[in-house]
Design a protein around this ligand. Structure first.
Ligand SMILES: Cc1ncc(COP(=O)(O)O)c(C=O)c1O
Length: 377
């Protein structure tokens, strides 16, 4: 047996026993564990697109197979050009990542030093915190108010006090789906120290009424907008995300720090076709906008539960009002009935009174509502 003689240790303790990202469960796992046919599972914990992948991206990926023996362009130039053309920016002001998560990780490494503060809400998308911790940067949290009010005044006070190197804003917010208004984001941008990089994460923006982020880039030169093709474009499995800014100086460092060929031929080809598939995006948006009020009203009608108002993403929080229940118990009861949601106990800063539930096709919403009303209080 190999003797443990080495004294190699990671650069910080979070790399030994730090927090690990908890993804939503797969349909296959639940099907096998509970003996439920795959077609009767409702997967409502990963915020995926109800209509699957963009058909244009699928065709482009199939056609790109002939290029698999060739190295891709290391900056995904043609994809950057397509994104730039779509949104009216310079390709040099865009960096692409293997999903938005890779861009978030590059941003933290490129713009914050070890021990530098990184600002975020609590709760928030866990990878802002996990990557900050793993790189030895220090997350600073702004608590949310009643029904996940973003408490913009408190956010600004905390930002002024701690002078973070990066300040994350998520619009709509994950996990609550709540929005920052344009006035809120402008107030944060105006109040920020010029040395703070402002990162506006718009992963779910298509589903919301707050589509102002890219316009703000013309007014603030320390602002970066983060986007992904995983959500409204239906390409979570392809892994395409990007950062865009009007200030190349915020983009170039990320290009230098990124794994050189981080975007493969399939990601580049699928990304170019996907970003231009408005029809697919519009279809997903129409479904979410129709089903969101339907399912939230349905939850409110079930004794012991309540939908947290104000959600403008493709998910919402269900609050568990019945004191005899908690999120893990409800999560497990739903699983037995073929419904996968996100247990609030697995989301730091959220806790056991809440579950995050995706908005999806009516059959899935009806299965969720029927399973929820079936749980005995
Ligand atoms: C707020 C937020 N940003 C970014 C991402 C990551 O997206 P990607 O699949 O592009 O890495 C997610 C995914 O869940 C998210 O919720």
């Amino acid at each position: 047996m190999l003797q443990a003689t080495h004294r190699v240790v990671p650069s910080n303790a979070h790399l030994v026993d730090g927090e690990v990202y908890v993804p939503g469960l797969s349909a296959e796992y639940v099907s096998e564990k509970y003996g439920i046919p795959l077609c009767d599972i409702s997967k409502l914990a990963s915020a995926e697109n109800p209509h699957g992948a963009s058909p244009k991206a699928l065709a482009a990926v199939a056609a790109a197979h002939s290029r698999l023996s060739l190295y891709p362009n290391w900056t995904a130039q043609t994809l950057r050009e397509a994104i730039a053309e779509k949104y009216g920016f310079d390709p040099e002001a865009i960096v692409c990542g293997s999903g938005e998560t890779e861009v978030i990780s590059m941003m933290i490494r490129a713009f914050a030093k070890p021990d530098d503060p990184v600002l975020m809400h609590a709760p928030c998308f866990p990878l802002y915190r996990i990557y900050s911790n793993c790189e030895g940067r220090k997350p600073v949290y702004v608590p949310m108010g009643k029904d996940f009010d973003p408490q913009v005044d408190l956010y600004i006070d905390t930002m002024k006090r701690t002078k973070p190197k990066i300040a994350f804003m998520t619009n709509p917010h994950n996990p609550s789906g709540r929005l920052l208004s344009e006035a809120d984001v402008r107030a944060i941008c105006e109040a920020a120290d010029p040395s703070t990089l402002l990162a506006l994460d718009e992963a779910y923006v298509h589903y919301s009424s707050a589509k102002f982020g890219l316009d703000l880039l013309r007014d603030y030169d320390n602002l970066v907008v983060l986007r992904t093709l995983s959500k409204a474009f239906g390409l979570a499995g392809l892994r395409v995300g990007f950062a865009i800014s009007s200030n190349e100086a915020l983009i170039r460092p990320m290009r230098l720090i990124k794994p050189t060929w981080n975007m493969g031929q399939l990601q580049i080809a699928g990304g170019i076709a996907g970003i231009n598939d408005d029809e697919h995006v519009n279809r997903a948006v129409a479904t979410i906008q129709e089903m969101r009020p339907y399912v939230m009203k349905g939850v409110d009608a079930i004794e012991g539960f309540r939908a947290v108002p104000g959600a403008e993403a493709n998910f919402f929080l269900t609050e568990i009002l019945a004191p005899e229940l908690d999120s893990t118990r409800v999560f497990n009861e739903l699983l037995k009935r073929g419904v996968i949601v996100k247990d609030g106990s697995d989301i730091e800063g959220l806790g056991s009174r809440y579950m995050r539930v995706d908005v999806n096709l009516k059959t899935h919403m009806d299965r969720f509502l029927s399973a929820l009303s079936d749980i005995k209080i």
